[in-house]
Design a protein around this ligand. Structure first.
Ligand SMILES: O=C[C@H](O)[C@H](O)COP(=O)(O)O
Ligand SMILES: C=C(OP(=O)(O)O)C(=O)O
Length: 461
């Protein structure tokens, strides 16, 4: 096996799960070779910048907001859709930055989140059983044999969809849309719930006055107009992530150029597995999902394997324990890792441990359980004296009805109205903003408890 990157054949010879089964090996080969020729989607230097920012999170100096669709779709590559997702994330970020006075590292589940691990390989409707939908990168959502076939050409479509999305995101975040002085505009026709709207508008007014004061005092305004925003996704498909891995000409190290940050899922993080083998070679910042059955030793083993040199900002543990388990399961994992002297970013995913099916057949989550898991996460960190470093959420900029509760008190019957996710239920725009206010309050308390010095947050951090 090469020092830098294993070959694809070597990877495929290793234990692996949740991979597509392609009928046409020659076509897959052609696709992988074509992807290897295509330009990188992100640059190594950008990945390093994000890693440095995450190092500040691990150092209790910043907070990560990571969010976006459960599963992006090729049809969803539309300007309005991308814009509204960005708008929610920017609004949430401004709430967190202002109310908690902590710099926020902004990372989308975007421009690459096209593949899904599934609990079952097949789906049955009536008398018909077909392969499960595994994300647009693998097969189609339509319930027909043709659509559900695993098609390697979809990997090229995934590349194109990611490139188009990233192109627009880059234009939005540098072209004036993300200027913090636009914070009223992000909210226009946004939260219709008067309580949330009022709260956001009140805060936006305060920020506007504070900014006016700073500018009048001569503070330079050039950092206000652009924002650093990063793309992340689960590095699930070995063929794609391998093909996008390139040697950086400056450092001569491999980077997975499919996204700035990639994460490894709860189902695919076997220490001797192919995913870990590929990701341990690349220099991107890495997320590792940890479910409720994780032992402290599992987390340490993964961190040691993926980050033997303890590079600051390299590892983010994303805990997704479930509201009823977080207080019991998380403390021993944090304690075990902290005892090794390792500094990692601790992030809470309050979505994946709280999914259930309603009587009317929808896969959903309740806003109350999401809040409950987050409260547990903050309580655990406050008790241990560790830093609650971030949140990882599935959300959308649309007014969907996929998660129960929240500002509009969505009920099971409301799910019929706009249930549009291709996989798991997402928070809608109002639920996301409401959650940002809740997180900001807890984060501010944690900051005060830990006496993290207050500083003028740089919007661009
Ligand atoms: O997003 C995570 C997983 O892909 C998803 O929860 C799996 O869902 P399933 O249990 O319906 O397969
Ligand atoms: C599959 C996911 O999560 P997990 O690996 O935590 O189940 C996800 O975040 O899309």
């Amino acid at each position: 096996m090469s020092e830098l990157i294993p070959s694809l054949a070597e990877l495929h010879a290793m234990p692996q799960v949740q991979q597509p089964t392609y009928e046409d090996a020659d076509r897959l080969n052609w696709v992988v070779n074509r992807l290897r020729e295509l330009p990188p989607l992100v640059f190594a230097g950008e990945c390093d910048d994000l890693r440095d920012k995450i190092a500040r999170v691990a150092n209790s100096q910043a907070f990560i907001l990571q969010g976006g669709d459960c599963a992006e779709t090729f049809d969803g590559v539309r300007a309005d859709n991308i814009k509204s997702k960005l708008r929610v994330l920017l609004s949430m970020s401004v709430v967190l930055t202002y109310a908690a006075q902590v710099p926020v590292v902004k990372v989308g589940r975007i421009a690459g989140q096209y593949a899904k691990p599934r609990s079952k390989d097949t789906e049955t409707r009536g008398a018909i059983t077909l392969p499960a939908y595994r994300g647009d990168a693998v097969n189609g959502f339509d319930f027909t044999p043709k659509s559900r076939r695993h098609d390697p050409d979809r990997l090229i479509q995934m590349y194109n969809a990611s490139a188009a999305t990233l192109n627009l995101v880059r234009a939005f975040v540098t072209g004036g849309f993300a200027d913090i002085r636009q914070l009223h505009a992000w909210n226009a026709s946004f939260v219709q719930d008067s309580r949330i709207e009022h709260r956001y508008e009140q805060m936006a007014g305060e920020i506007e006055r504070a900014l006016g004061f700073m500018l009048a005092c001569g503070v330079k305004d050039d950092t206000l107009s652009v924002v650093d925003f990063y793309a992340s996704h689960e590095a699930l498909l070995l063929d794609y992530e391998y093909a996008m891995t390139r040697i950086d000409s400056r450092s001569h190290r491999p980077y997975d150029t499919s996204g700035h940050m990639v994460w490894i899922g709860e189902r695919t993080r076997q220490p001797n597995g192919a995913q870990v083998e590929l990701l341990r070679r690349v220099s991107n910042p890495l997320g590792i999902k940890l479910g409720p059955n994780t032992a402290g030793t599992d987390a340490i083993e993964l961190a040691d394997r993926l980050d033997p040199n303890r590079v600051p900002g390299r590892i983010t543990f994303i805990a997704r324990m479930g509201a009823d388990k977080v207080r019991e399961k998380l403390p021993s994992i944090i304690e075990a890792v902290e005892q090794t002297g390792r500094k990692v970013a601790w992030v809470c995913d309050p979505m994946h441990g709280n999914t259930f099916e309603t009587a009317n057949g929808y896969k959903t989550r309740s806003y109350a359980a999401v809040v409950e898991e987050l409260n547990g996460f903050f309580d655990v960190h406050d008790q241990l004296g560790t830093w609650p470093g971030g949140v990882h959420v599935e959300l959308t900029g649309e007014d969907v009805t996929e998660c129960l509760g929240g500002a509009f008190q969505l009920s099971e019957t409301d799910l019929d109205a706009r249930y549009e996710t291709a996989c798991d239920p997402r928070l809608n725009r109002s639920q996301s903003l409401e959650l940002a206010f809740m997180i900001a309050e807890r984060l501010n308390q944690s900051r005060l408890l830990r006496r993290v010095p207050q500083r003028v947050p740089d919007w661009n951090e």
